[in-house]
Write a protein that binds this ligand. Structure first.
Ligand code: ZN
Length: 103
């Protein structure tokens, strides 16, 4: 990486984060236990009268569709995005981002 690259990245906060985001590889979506526990806690906070079973059931109703979407994304969309990312090249000299087909 050249110094030009770094100077461009640090030039402006908004631009650099947008650029860094554009250059970063796509991430697989993962549902963390922290989020699940947070959702369950949120429901038990809103309705303290709910039994633990109800809270868990509501939690599952929220989590299952998210989990299905994440699984769909990881198996169907993520590989395509990763392929596109692999064929995307960033020019540190002029800052151009180009997609080069490797097929
Ligand atoms: Zn260039």
């Amino acid at each position: 990486m050249s110094s030009v690259f770094f100077s461009r990245l640090s030039a402006s906060g908004t631009t650099s984060s947008a650029l860094a985001q554009r250059l970063a590889p796509p991430q697989k979506k993962k549902l963390s236990w922290f989020v699940i526990i947070l959702i369950i806690l949120l429901f038990s906070f809103i309705k303290p009268t709910f039994s633990l079973g109800t809270v868990i059931l509501i939690g599952l109703i929220v989590i299952v569709p998210i989990k299905i979407w994440f699984t769909y994304y990881n198996t169907m969309i993520y590989p395509k995005q990763m392929n596109k990312w692999r064929s995307t090249w960033y020019c540190a000299t002029c800052g151009a981002v180009s997609v080069i087909s490797l097929d």
